[in-house]
Design a protein around this ligand. Structure first.
Ligand code: PLP
Length: 400
């Protein structure tokens, strides 16, 4: 060990639990960015972000106006009343519930909100059920407080929806929470009303928290998002975490929230005080405009993503050896290459080498998803056509 290096024992268990897992799956993305930075024309489809597209102008203007008006100071720990009102109005319209601003606390993005759930609900000895493939930060986030993560599969042959029987089987006397993420990243699946209602029932009957990550709730191009919270009363153990990152292209603004029972939001306010001491007021003012102002850009964007998804699915369906799964929401299409190679990483490296295109092997989204790849739709239809040509050519070569 380098003499200057500080030993691992100098850090908390939490610091160890939040680092590490699944990092190698992101190697392709790292390589792609490295080559792009070096001036190469690399098409980066390994991440869900369209860096050419910005937040709608009227929202940016609202943020600037707020800054120019002197909104530079501390603000309410749980978020401004205007913002929490706009958030619950949006939530109630989507779910038919009657939540009040007091049921809402804002956090710096859904990621921060979900981490707050982990800190306020879980501790060593608890189990938390998550569905695989999952959003890559889940294992670290939910084990941060010392809980054990129990994984349930959402198999491709079931449309990437978990089976209720598998969720029931994963629940033990130690289970403290079940996490659902529908619409799902990475799969683009929207869980059926039957499933979300049954999971809500299960949580109620077993006195378990239901944490519903709904960052893609407004990013649906086929079908309809059903929130499990719609089947839970305001004071039941149900939490919705969401944000404006996807629906309003506001990922850099770090604007998210939780909606849950008053007993929880009181504790979240106390945590917010220790964690961030309130979010920037000008970001909150802009978020009010995002939620209450014109939604045409969101509508147009989501429609465009639906068209891109349809394009990729149509182009790649029928390519020998390749599985392609049509998403109903979100920014990705899932591909399966097990007939061509046992390890999707091999496929991803070959695509990067041969065509300068990066798509992500799903290794960081679960233990049993090494045969899957996630292809981002965050580029033009023209570039997606080019990517489909390259993927088809590689499949034909590997299958020959
Ligand atoms: C499923 C899911 N949950 C949470 C997040 C975090 O979102 P935010 O940018 O609001 O922190 C993401 C971001 O990609 C996500 O895909």
């Amino acid at each position: 060990m380098n003499k200057m290096e500080i030993s691992a024992s100098s850090f908390s268990g939490l610091a160890a639990r939040v680092s590490g897992e699944g990092a190698e799956a992101w190697e392709i993305h790292r390589l792609a960015l490295e080559r792009k930075d070096a001036g190469e024309d690399v098409l980066v489809l390994s991440i869900g972000e369209d860096s050419d597209a910005t937040t709608p102008a009227h929202i940016v203007e609202a943020g600037v106006k707020s800054m120019n008006a002197g909104r530079h100071h501390y603000s309410e720990m749980e978020g401004t009343l205007a913002l929490r009102t706009a958030i619950v109005d949006h939530h109630n319209a989507l779910t038919g519930r009657a939540m009040t601003p007091q049921h809402c606390v804002v956090f710096a993005g859904a990621q921060n909100a979900i981490f707050a759930c982990s800190l306020c609900l879980l501790e060593a000895g608890d189990e938390v059920v998550i569905v695989e493939p999952y959003y890559s930060t889940y294992p670290a986030t939910f084990s941060a407080a010392g809980a054990t993560v129990v994984k349930v599969s959402a198999p491709s042959e079931n449309g990437f929806e978990p089976r209720l029987s598998d969720i029931e089987a994963a629940v033990s006397p130690s289970t403290r929470a079940i996490v659902l993420n529908s619409p799902n990243n990475p799969t683009g699946a929207i869980y059926s009303e039957t499933l979300v209602k049954a999971v809500a029932e299960l949580c109620r009957s077993r006195d378990i928290w239901l944490i519903s990550d709904e960052v893609y709730a407004d990013f649906v191009f086929h079908g309809r998002h059903i929130s499990p919270s719609g089947f839970m009363g305001p004071e039941e153990k149900c939490i919705v975490a969401s944000s404006l990152s996807k629906s309003h292209r506001m990922s850099g603004w770090r604007m998210g929230w939780v909606i849950g029972p008053l007993a929880l939001t009181r504790r979240f306010s106390a945590l917010a005080l220790c964690l961030h001491y309130g979010l920037p007021p000008f970001v909150q003012d802009a978020a009010v405009v995002a939620l209450t102002g014109p939604q045409d850009e969101t509508v147009t964007m989501v429609k465009e993503y639906g068209e891109r998804a349809d394009l990729v699915v149509e182009r790649l369906s029928g390519v020998p050896g390749l599985g392609v799964f049509a998403p109903n929401a979100g920014m990705f299409v899932m591909l399966e290459v097990s007939e061509l190679t046992p390890d999707a990483t091999v496929f991803a490296h070959a695509l990067l080498e041969e065509a300068a295109i990066s798509i992500l092997p799903c290794g960081s989204f679960g233990d049993n998803v090494d045969h899957l790849l996630r292809m981002s739709l965050c580029t033009s239809q023209e570039k997606l056509h080019g990517a489909c040509d390259a993927i088809e050519a590689l499949c034909r070569r590997l299958g020959a």
